[in-house]
Write a protein that binds this ligand. Structure first.
Ligand code: ZN
Length: 268
């Protein structure tokens, strides 16, 4: 069984269309989403229509819940707040209903878990899995799950990464393709479809081949300028240029290395 894992689409129709085209050539059996389907950009209903046609399961992201009033965007950035206010006024009733019913965690085919943020202190859409302390806590939570699974996919940070826990050691793996080792646990982030926050403006997703126990990260070029032009016309963004990452955010080059690098994490 092959799964495409997508996350953080954020109503970016240009990116989503390009990613679905790329997925079509990957012979996957199911597409799974890790949430944040809306927010930031200007095609929420168009994206949700495609998602509902093609994605078998999704969880709720913080932007999805804020967009339908299940939480207030109190701690969101100014641009994120703008996106939520605009999205609340432009969702169809069917789209809002779909977002409102998304769960915070889901178990897919008894094989792996999906969440938007983290597994601790409970499955949630708010905690960023970026620090060693937070990653350790989510690995402990993963070890307590029933039924027991060794994999959990998460989103929210908009940065692709693989964390491995094996024999009490947590490693961060930077590679385009990763072989999952027996006896290890994994927390994996496919990166963002709609709003990359590393130095690569292309859309990001991953393919998990369950039979071969491998994941492979993919980057897909799309018309970033067209998405941003529409967002400017609707007042969602002031001016972000055409790099895919709004000004003021910094990022990391995750997939620069062609060879597999396993190193103690956090490393040098
Ligand atoms: Zn997001």
């Amino acid at each position: 069984m092959r799964y495409a894992i997508v996350s953080d689409i954020h109503a970016n129709l240009e990116a989503l269309t390009a990613v679905f085209e790329a997925i079509d050539s990957e012979r996957v059996h199911k597409i799974v989403s890790l949430g944040d389907l809306v927010g930031y950009y200007s095609n929420p209903d168009e994206c949700l229509k495609l998602v509902r046609e093609r994605v078998v399961e999704s969880v709720a992201g913080n932007h999805d819940r804020a967009a339908v009033g299940l939480k207030e965007p109190t701690w969101f950035s100014d641009s994120a707040k703008r996106g939520i206010a605009w999205t609340r006024g432009h969702l169809t009733a069917a789209s809002a209903q779909f977002l409102a019913t998304l769960p915070l965690i889901n178990l897919i085919d008894q094989r792996f878990l999906i969440v938007h943020g983290a597994l601790h202190p409970r499955p949630n859409e708010d905690v960023y899995l970026t620090s060693r302390a937070e990653v350790s806590k989510s690995f402990r939570a993963l070890g307590c799950m029933d039924p027991k699974v060794d994999l959990c996919f998460f989103g929210h940070t908009h940065r692709s990464v693989v964390y491995e826990s094996r024999d009490g050691t947590i490693s961060k793996i930077d590679a385009e393709e990763v072989a999952l080792r027996p006896g290890a646990q994994y927390l994996l982030n496919p990166g963002s479809v709609g709003q990359s926050r590393d130095r690569d403006p292309r859309a990001s997703f991953l393919v998990f081949d369950a039979d071969r126990a491998r994941v492979r990260f993919h980057r897909v070029a799309y018309d970033v300028a067209a998405c941003h032009r529409k967002a400017r016309e609707t007042g969602l963004i002031a001016d972000e240029g055409a790099r895919g990452t709004p000004r003021g955010w910094t990022g990391y080059w995750i997939h620069g290395a062609k060879r597999i690098v396993r190193r103690a994490w956090p490393g040098a």
